[in-house]
Design a protein around this ligand. Structure first.
Ligand code: SF4
Ligand code: FE2
Length: 628
């Protein structure tokens, strides 16, 4: 396939030509190289868990050497994906909790949202009366850190879910206990000679995934809001056209805001701005990528340079002085691409060292000093830019971002009848859903996947949903796609159906709302859970859905699994590696419905998938008819 057929982003088309001219290999070349991918891997029925393997299931070899059949092998592989994803999100959360433990009035990290901290402290029975806010923060951080390995009880955040949902989890025995324990249990149970039962493997996958969504990701989001400020509505721009010709361009890529917040501060340091000018630049231009991009755009309006599939292409512009990364979703290939230009590829985390990069360790203890050094390295690199090699593509879109659950409440307050309801309620949203002005609300989230055309499924599905009066909320690279394609603007209201467009006008929102990074899918749980509680329903009764049209990471498998376990139907545009077991497909795409009130649906055609979602949302509305 022509490489340009592999993405619908026109900036990417321009840069693919440039990469070819510059002799630079990108993921699109490598994808072409993999003419056919391993069928066993695709179906999930290759086992490499012990040294007797690999064992691959075929009609002639229906069992591995130990006797594991295709169901056990697929189930074990699936469970390990969930464990990997949960580990990534939750280890991110652990770092943020440690950062909060370090916070101080005159240190690098301060408490920016005291109200949110107090609410959480009260939820967790931490004494707040007459105490210094930092004492409270430190105790709350310690309580959070205990959620990773506490020996007794179940996760604290579970009680935030609607009661019927909590009962389902309890009855099924899928209440997560402690995050690390659930991950370790999966790693143990999938070791050779342990669990040999697919039902049990999926059961423990759901419990571990819930530790991701309702514990790790919630800690990640809430603690980030407390430390760095809860996002508020703001304007920004997205796509590689945000890079600037005459400024030091720094791209922030990865996930954890502890680093990116310091880079944002350092990039405004007068000494570094002056140094940039000394180097002949007009200033410093920050742009974000992947989830770090989402974090800094939500809190500071930092422009979004692009998504997961554009990380190499950003360097191909020849205009990037530094690509600064921490953890997750970073191509090791960046080292090689950066070698072809003057770009410094700066890794910062001991958890994600990459051969060929410039390693400048970032530590929360010396955060600002580290951030300063890293930005200085970028600024000093401006003199090495080769003007002949620069090509910044033109396209960029405006976007309104910053819709944390709190900011959504703020927008809804515009239509609250203050004589009847207090401010800060989800009631207007619940009313719109009940009346049918909004047919439903759908989270379109997740990555980009080279198995499909970059951005195509995200954009197609979002457009189709809003046209049918379904409000779209989005995180991760789904959010970057929406921003790049202009779906987060007031003008996008003209693409919405009449009901949604009216709501957008009244509440002053775009039809697609940016909720943040991948861990911020926890904001979606908060909004859906809150709406269900208000209506005295379970989350599975609402006309809502989760969609990951272009998912690729283990984190996405964990997210999909906790969304389903939360009672929200989940639609995937890429088949997970489970088709090697008919039983796995039967459970994930069928029997889960009876267990948790939701299931997975997979369709690789975005148009068809959108129509299935719309039909299913309409079917869900029957719960409202019963209410009347
Ligand atoms: Fe083969 Fe069993 Fe070892 Fe897997 S655990 S590699 S199926 S012998
Ligand atoms: Fe992400």
């Amino acid at each position: 396939m022509d490489k340009k057929m592999m993405t619908i982003d026109l900036n990417s088309h321009v840069l693919l030509d440039k990469a070819e001219k510059d002799g630079v290999e990108t993921m699109y070349d490598r994808k072409q190289g993999f003419k056919s991918q391993c069928g066993f891997g695709l179906q999930g029925n290759c086992c490499r868990i012990c040294g007797m393997g690999p064992c691959r299931i075929t009609p002639k070899t229906p069992r591995g050497i130990c006797g594991a059949d295709e169901h056990v092998i697929v189930g074990r592989n699936f469970a390990r994906m969930v464990a990997g994803g949960t580990a990534a999100h939750s280890d991110h959360a652990r770092d943020i909790a440690h950062t909060m433990a370090l916070s101080s009035r005159d240190g690098n990290y301060k408490i920016r949202d005291e109200e949110k901290l107090i609410i959480l402290a009260k939820e967790w029975d931490v004494e707040t009366e007459g105490r210094d806010i930092y004492d409270i923060a430190h105790e709350v951080a310690d309580v959070a850190l205990m959620e990773f390995g506490k020996p007794h009880g179940v996760a604290r955040f579970l009680k935030n879910a609607p009661e019927p949902r909590q009962k389902i989890w309890k009855d099924l025995g899928i209440e997560p206990r402690a995050i690390d324990r659930e991950i370790a249990t999966i790693m143990h149970s999938t070791h050779i000679g342990c669990t040999g039962d697919i039902d049990s493997l999926i059961h423990m996958s759901l419990r571990t995934a819930l530790a991701d969504g309702w514990v790790g990701s919630m800690i990640g989001t809430r603690f980030s809001d407390i430390l760095f400020g809860t996002p508020t509505v703001r304007e920004t721009e997205a796509n590689l056209g945000v890079l600037e010709d005459n400024k030091v361009n720094i791209i922030l890529h990865g996930h954890e805001p502890s680093l990116s917040e310091m880079i944002v501060l350092a990039s405004e340091d007068p000494e570094l701005v002056a140094l940039a000018k000394e180097m002949g630049a007009d200033g410093i231009n920050l742009a974000g990528m992947c989830c770090t991009g989402n974090e800094v755009t939500m809190r500071h309006g930092v422009k979004t340079a692009g998504d997961f599939h554009q990380q190499e292409l950003a360097i191909v512009t020849g205009a990037v002085e530094a690509m600064i990364v921490d953890v997750q979703c970073i191509f090791p290939a960046l080292a090689k691409v950066a070698d072809c230009y003057h770009t410094k590829f700066i890794t910062t985390s001991p958890k994600a060292k990459i051969a060929g990069s410039t390693y400048m360790e970032f530590s929360e203890e010396t955060a600002y000093a580290d951030g300063y050094k890293i930005v200085k390295e970028a600024v000093l690199n401006f003199k090495n830019r080769d003007k002949e090699k620069v090509l910044i593509p033109e396209l960029k879109s405006k976007a309104t971002v910053g819709y944390s659950a709190d900011a959504i409440l703020g927008q809804l307050d515009r239509v609250v009848n203050s004589h009847i309801d207090p401010a800060g309620t989800l009631k207007p949203l619940a009313d719109c859903l009940k009346s049918g002005v909004l047919r439903g609300a759908v989270g379109v989230v997740g990555c980009n996947n080279a198995k499909g055309v970059s951005n195509l499924a995200h954009v197609t599905i979002m457009k189709e949903l809003i046209k049918n009066d379904i409000l779209v909320v989005t995180t991760g690279c789904g959010a970057s796609a929406a921003a790049k394609f202009g779906l987060m603007t007031k003008e996008a209201r003209k693409l919405a159906g009449k009901g949604l467009a009216t709501v957008c006008d009244l509440v002053d929102i775009p039809p697609v709302l940016h909720l943040g990074s991948c861990v911020d899918c926890s904001r979606i749980l908060d909004v859906v859970g809150g709406t269900a509680k208000l209506l005295d329903m379970d989350m599975s009764d609402l006309p809502v859905a989760g969609v990951a049209p272009e998912w690729m990471s283990e984190k996405a498998v964990a997210i999909g699994s906790y969304v389903v376990a939360s009672g929200i139907d989940t639609y995937l545009g890429v088949m997970p590696p489970v088709t090697g077991s008919s039983r796995a497909v039967e459970i994930l795409c069928g029997e889960l419905q009876d267990m948790v009130g939701a299931k997975f649906t997979v369709n690789e055609n975005p148009q068809e998938l959108a129509q299935i979602i719309i039909q299913d949302i309409e079917k869900k509305r029957v719960h409202f008819e019963n209410l009347v």
